[in-house]
Design a protein around this ligand. Structure first.
Ligand code: KPL
Length: 302
């Protein structure tokens, strides 16, 4: 069965930018809810009129062939919102692309990246954070864990979009303090991602005795940075969060370990690089993060 091929001409279509693991999960859930979705070809050479992906839904025993129609960049009148699911370093290219197709400036943009970057866009952006588990291999993307999605509650002013979001993401919560949640997720990723990449280990293996001192130190330095920047992060809670995510995703490779193994560009700059940049701005030392950043770059910087 080929799912998700629907086209629409009403002003209610989501434009998805980025079809990695999270992008495909979003596409699958959006299309399962029968909501209209399009994407743009990211390679000029694309000849098919669909972006095709293979997806296994949560606890399903069948893999489905799915497809997202490509939008015609010269007729974007059906689009009313954008979901960006690219890596942090690619965000700026997506915003350039949105300007190129002349997407109206006031259209809401949902951003789902892991890392942080100081963006200069004036478009209305809303952060989306998920704990849904999804893995991607060259053959299939699989929805492995249900989790929760949070979105900036300010998005409620876009009535139709909020309704669509509630329909597609059944465990969605509207968060009035999404910036704090995003910062906490950023801290979590600053610990697990670079550590699993330099030690080449699965998330669960990070809990071994030999890494405990290092990840505890990373947590303490992040708490100092958070306080200096005005974010509320408690050391005990961040440590428990790190350990519980490592346990819950014990058999998974972090996204950064997957990226280094596949020799793809990583989010090190948007994670440790960003933390070090902010630390320098507020005159704070983060020696353990600095050493990890140096070790990472020695191993993987080409
Ligand atoms: O979000 C993740 C990632 O791999 O990017 C974590 C939380 C580390 C789980 O793997």
């Amino acid at each position: 069965m080929l799912t998700g091929g629907q086209m629409t001409d009403s002003h209610s279509t989501m434009l998805l930018m980025g079809a990695g693991a999270i992008g495909q999960l979003v596409a699958y859930q959006w299309q399962q809810a029968n909501l209209p979705l399009v994407t743009l070809p990211r390679k000029k050479s694309a000849t098919d009129s669909y972006l095709r992906y293979q997806f296994r839904g949560y606890q399903s025993n069948k893999v489905e062939a799915c497809a997202i129609p490509f939008a015609d960049p010269s007729d974007i009148s059906a689009i009313h919102a954008v979901f960006i699911a690219v890596k942090t370093y690619d965000l700026v290219n997506v915003f350039t692309e949105l300007d190129r197709i002349e997407l109206p400036q006031q259209y809401p943009i949902i951003c789902a990246h892991n890392g942080l970057v100081d963006l200069t866009t004036t478009r209305p952006c809303y952060t989306w954070i998920t704990t849904q588990g999804v893995t991607r291999s060259p053959e299939v993307t699989e929805h492995k864990g249900l989790g929760v999605d949070w979105i900036d509650s300010d998005i409620k002013k876009h009535r139709l979009l909020s309704k669509q979001l509630r329909t597609a993401f059944t465990r969605l919560e509207f968060d009035p303090d999404i910036n704090t949640r995003q910062w906490q997720k950023f801290c979590l990723n600053c610990v697990i991602n670079p550590l699993t990449a330099v030690h080449q280990c699965l998330n669960g293996e990070l809990l071994a005795q030999q890494y405990q001192q290092q990840y505890r130190q990373l947590v303490i330095e992040l708490v100092t940075l958070s306080e200096a920047l005005g974010y509320w992060v408690n050391a005990g809670e961040l440590l428990s969060l790190v350990e519980s995510v490592c346990q819950a995703t014990a058999a998974n490779q972090s996204s950064m370990l997957s990226d280094v193994k596949a020799k793809r560009k990583t989010e090190i700059e948007a994670l440790t690089g960003y933390a070090l940049k902010k630390a320098a701005e507020v005159d704070i030392n983060m020696p353990t993060h600095a050493a990890l950043y140096q070790q990472f770059n020695q191993l993987y910087l080409r």
